[in-house]
Design a protein around this ligand. Structure first.
Ligand SMILES: Cc1ncc(COP(=O)(O)O)c(C=O)c1O
Length: 354
């Protein structure tokens, strides 16, 4: 606290990111990073860019990267916006598209950054309860609103909403922007990017942090009608003209071009998810079907906070949220097969009371 702070800073409750402990040999299953490394082509492109050209500013329009993303999704470059991680892209969306008199709508259980942006930008919001199985019911969103946002697959539940439900909502909600946050879509969902041509109020956000294994590079993007993208460009150019540095632009462009590495690693994660889900179910855990690179599991007889603490003693960290409705769940990122096996072995011991 300080009397020098702007008043808005006093009432902020900032987002708390998952830990990044500097402990050796830790099995880190808490922040949904990819267990496999980035594309070797991306690494080579980053290295090639680390030269004298760093004395020059990067391209403020990020043209090559936006063209590569547009080509991948069959869109125009003017339908693509890029930013410093999808968190920054989301911040600009909240700032540029959700500040209206009506409340913004999002699920009661979803990405915990959404209410933080609402505080920052003084946006009124209402949370819409998910069903008992954490299913998102689109009909519940048919009420006056300043916008709608939800992750798909949802985080931290991993549950997927079918594309047909998204289209059903878009057909009935044309007075505000609908944002589908697809941070995890490459692990089992179908992107709503195919609907961008038909719905001028649809924005799809994605990230290079998960399926492209570049969380450390900080690159995210939005796909949507050129008029929505223009709003985001206006906010960006009133904030920071160069959110992506030369290394990020080079690495992300090469990553999106390396389809083979992308396919291989995302399929490996999905296969491990099915194995880990089976293993957890055999230990008595209950878990909704996940389409993401994590599972969301609870044990009917054991306290989730206690399980997380016991795992930590064994050098395995998972995410536990002390929040209503989900305090008995653990969100477990899919690791490499040996990490998943170590997790199951540790849980077997803990449940046996060892
Ligand atoms: C649902 C969701 N959206 C967006 C993000 C932000 O990702 P990034 O800023 O790394 O692109 C995350 C990160 O965990 C997430 O879970």
């Amino acid at each position: 606290m300080s009397r020098y702070w702007s008043p808005v800073v006093h009432r902020l409750s900032p987002y708390v990111p998952g830990e990044q402990p500097q402990i050796k040999n830790l099995i880190k299953l808490n922040t949904n990073e990819n267990p496999y490394g980035p594309s070797p082509r991306a690494l080579a492109a980053i290295q090639a860019e680390a030269n004298d050209s760093l004395r020059l500013y990067p391209d403020p329009a990020a043209l090559r990267l936006r063209q590569a993303i547009a080509g991948y999704y069959g869109l125009e470059t003017a339908q693509v916006f890029v930013g410093n991680g999808s968190d920054e892209v989301l911040a600009h969306i909240f700032h540029g598209l959700f500040q209206h008199p009506l409340p913004l709508l999002f699920p009661d259980i979803s990405y915990s950054f959404y209410p933080v942006y609402c505080d920052l930008y003084a946006i009124d919001y209402q949370t819409v309860p998910l069903g008992d199985e954490f299913e998102l019911r689109v009909a519940d969103y048919l009420r006056p609103n300043a916008g709608i946002i939800f992750p798909n697959p949802n985080a931290p539940t991993g549950r997927l909403l079918p594309l047909a439900d998204i289209e059903w909502l878009l057909q009935r909600n044309d007075a505000s922007v609908v944002v589908v946050d697809e941070a995890y879509v490459d692990f089992g969902g179908e992107s709503a990017a195919t609907l961008v041509h038909r719905y001028p109020n649809l924005l799809v956000t994605q990230t290079f942090s998960k399926s492209r294994s570049l969380a450390g590079l900080r690159v995210g993007f939005a796909l949507g009608d050129a008029a929505l993208i223009e709003a985001l460009e206006r906010v960006k150019d009133s904030f920071n003209s160069y959110p992506l540095d030369r290394l990020a632009l080079a690495g992300a462009t090469a990553a999106i071009e390396d389809r083979e590495h992308f396919q291989r690693t995302r399929l490996a994660v999905m296969e491990s998810r099915e194995q880990l889900s089976r293993g957890l179910a055999e230990l008595g855990f209950l878990l909704p079907p996940s389409a993401a690179n994590f599972v969301f599991a609870r044990h009917p007889q054991r306290d989730a906070g206690e399980l997380a603490a016991r795992l930590r003693e064994r050098g395995i960290i998972v995410r536990h949220f002390r929040l209503p409705r989900i305090e008995q769940y653990l969100r477990i990122t899919i690791g490499k097969p040996d990490e998943n096996a170590a997790l199951l072995a540790a849980l077997t011991e803990i449940l046996a009371g060892e």
